[in-house]
Design a protein around this ligand. Structure first.
Ligand code: G3I
Length: 317
């Protein structure tokens, strides 16, 4: 295989990337690489609530629509991201002084608006993002604080009605190994399934460091698969202290390779999505000063060791 997507197709999985707003609009080299190498795309920011409805009642779907058009032109699946999150909410919502009943109606209308808009185009939705705290209990935040735990089941049910064919995921970070959060997630998902909540899959974000020993991911995914759920690696990246050097880049390749191997080892693992494919557009340096070089391609879009490791892991020879 000459591209990641050809190699992934031959193994029955999708390989993807988060897509940044700016270069999708105006960087031809970025677009060419994205179209050639990846079979699934996720909007890094363009479907988040703060982005799509900055002013109440005035939806701006321009970024999401651009991604949907790109994906259609390149035969790519879209993972929609994300409907219900405590972060990246518009100020009119968080400081609007709404009652719980009002917020519930606003959330329902938002889910309906997004899922209906992209029905038939977004195949998979991250319905709920990051609902858990590190100790495995429900994470305090805007929705839990205002609506209580019922917002979880409600959100999946509303999404299912709006598009019965979309796969509905819960997406979480730090649940890749045998952590307290992973155990809490398992308990939560078991309970949601027992209530008949329409949940189809679990996304494991997998934001890691070059020094991470990524053991336990396949085992964790298998546990969730036993609950009759799909699983996916949804936000893979591997950051390192800057400047990058050959040792760090080799360790980074190891971590990428382990993540891909884990997915290939679990029949219900559908896709591996990287959280940005080039170091030129990555959330890492802004959020972890002094860190970066987390992606498969460098700032000039040259393939790094991690790219070749992912490719050879996918091909298997
Ligand atoms: O584009 C606007 C710009 O117009 C404005 O002037 C500027 C002022 O703050 O903000 C810009 O938007 C920023 C956007 O990134 C694009 O750079 C947002 O403030 C900033 O909050 C946003 O950060 C994103 C973050 O989620 C919060 O939504 C990152 O791009 C994105 O990579 C990151 O992704 C998250 C996943 O959604 C969930 N899992 C963790 C992951 C990494 O944090």
């Amino acid at each position: 295989a000459t591209t990641l997507r050809d190699a992934a197709t031959s193994r029955g999985v999708l390989i993807g990337s988060a897509v940044a707003t700016g270069p999708l609009r105006d960087d031809a080299a970025y677009q060419a690489k994205l179209g050639a190498e990846f079979s699934t795309v996720t909007p890094e920011d363009d479907m988040k609530w703060a982005r799509v409805e900055p002013v109440r009642g005035q939806y701006d779907f321009s970024g999401g629509d651009r991604l949907a058009d790109f994906a259609a032109a390149h035969g790519q699946t879209i993972r929609g991201h994300t409907l219900v999150w405590h972060h990246s909410l518009p100020a009119w919502l968080t400081s609007g002084g709404f009652t719980a009943d009002q917020l519930r109606a606003i959330l329902k209308a938002h889910i309906e608006a997004m899922v209906t808009r992209y029905r038939g185009r977004v195949a998979i939705w991250d319905v709920v993002n990051e609902p858990l705290a590190e100790d495995g209990t429900l994470r305090p935040g805007f929705w839990l604080d205002n609506l209580g735990p019922g917002y979880l089941a409600d959100s999946f049910r509303w999404a299912r009605v709006a598009d019965p064919t979309a796969k509905l995921y819960l997406n979480e970070y730090g649940a890749e190994g045998g952590t307290a959060k992973a155990r809490g997630l398992f308990a939560l998902v078991t309970s949601l399934k027992a209530q008949g909540v329409p949940l189809d899959g679990i996304g494991f974000q997998t934001h890691k460091l070059d020094t991470t020993r990524l053991s336990g991911l396949a085992d964790t995914m298998r546990r969730f698969a036993v609950l009759d759920l799909d699983v996916a690696v949804t936000e893979l990246d591997v950051r390192m202290p800057l400047p990058a050097n050959a040792d760090r880049l080799t360790r980074q390749a190891d971590v990428y390779g382990w993540a891909v191997s884990a997915c290939l080892a679990v029949p219900r693992c559908r896709s591996i999505t990287t959280w940005g494919f080039t170091d030129a557009h990555s959330w890492v340096p802004d959020n972890y000063p002094g860190w970066g070089a987390a992606a498969l391609f460098d700032e000039g879009l040259s393939a790094k060791a991690a790219y070749y490791r992912v490719l050879t892991t996918l091909t298997g020879w």
